[in-house]
Ligand binder design. Structure first.
Ligand code: PSU
Ligand code: MN
Length: 296
């Protein structure tokens, strides 16, 4: 049911560094036709840092860890027609033979299944604003509570209730570390989040992960500030959320709707930041994976 591509399987067996990538970002996170280049660039950055990329999706009735370029193209070409597959959707998608793009949560399950310990994404899902009325809490958080995986992201998406998300991560026992920063990055913006413990190097991140996993079953999040972030998107986020609510957009559709709205209305500025941070996060996850293998 879980099929690990030969290159990733060989690397895992030999204790060499492997970095997982999700595909919701490829199929749903970018405008039509643009996700493929993002997925490819993330893979390239992982290779150039000396690790093996393992992009995750559900294809032909199997949870796949490591895709060929043709397979990545299939996921990208499906775009929004691909199912958005979180932990709850994996079995359904496999059993029905549907094409599925995995979220952070879905990809973490694949990591647990295959033994991949490092993973890069753009931004984590979390507690949505307005959670007191509608408890929309991303399944990414529950998955982080039960996967021994180090995830590099650009912090928590500012379209969420960031403070509530940080509280839930603490409740779940998931450490949130700042990559060369003392404040949690907010996805499009390098600044503005609550204080977080700072780490300075890939070696330090790898050592924290190792110690954490000797003591706990949960993930470690390394929050890396975006380079050339944008700091003035809050009014657009409010407009996007109001529009989503007016249009009756709910559940899994909320995050892609808001991202697309921002990409559109920011004149592409959020798109540029998102593209760049996804690739940079992939490169950093690979550096940490390499450091971890060296320490073993
Ligand atoms: N980061 C991005 N683009 C994305 C996502 C993250 O730069 O599209 C996706 C991830 O797959 C994450 C998902 O798991 O958004 C969260 O969706 P939700 O809020 O519905 O749980
Ligand atoms: Mn949700």
């Amino acid at each position: 049911m879980t099929l690990v591509a030969p290159e990733a399987a060989d690397a895992l067996a030999a204790g060499r560094p492997v970095v997982a990538l999700e595909t919701t970002i490829v199929a749903h996170g970018f405008p039509a036709g643009e996700g493929l280049a993002v997925g490819r660039e993330c893979e390239r950055r992982i290779r150039s840092a000396g690790a093996v990329p393992a992009t995750v999706a559900v294809l032909d009735g199997e949870l796949r860890v490591g895709l060929s370029d043709e397979e990545l193209e299939r996921v990208a070409a499906a775009g929004p027609a691909a199912r958005k597959v979180g932990p709850r959707d994996l079995g359904l998608c496999v059993a029905l033979g549907a094409l599925g793009a995995t979220t952070v949560g879905g990809t973490l399950v694949a990591c647990e299944q295959s033994g991949v310990r490092f993973f890069a994404t753009g931004g984590l899902g979390g507690v949505h604003r307005g959670w007191t009325d509608r408890p929309d809490v991303s399944a990414d958080l529950a998955a982080l509570a039960r996967a021994q995986v180090l995830v590099v992201s650009s912090g928590v998406k500012s379209l969420l209730d960031v403070a509530a998300t940080v509280e839930v991560l603490e409740t779940l026992g998931v450490p949130l570390l700042g990559w060369q920063t003392d404040e949690l990055p907010l996805f499009y913006s390098a600044h503005g989040g609550p204080p977080v413990p700072r780490i300075e190097s890939a070696e330090e991140a790898a050592a924290v992960a190792r110690a954490h996993w000797q003591l706990s079953r949960s993930a470690v999040v390394v929050a890396r500030p975006p380079v050339d972030g944008v700091d003035d998107v809050e009014p657009l986020i409010e407009a996007a959320l109001a529009e989503a609510s007016r249009a009756g957009v709910r559940g899994q559709a909320v995050t892609p709707f808001v991202l697309a709205y921002l990409h559109d209305r920011s004149g592409g500025r959020t798109l540029d930041v998102n593209r760049r941070l996804a690739a940079d996060n992939a490169g950093l996850a690979a550096e940490i994976a390499v450091a971890f293998s060296r320490q073993s």
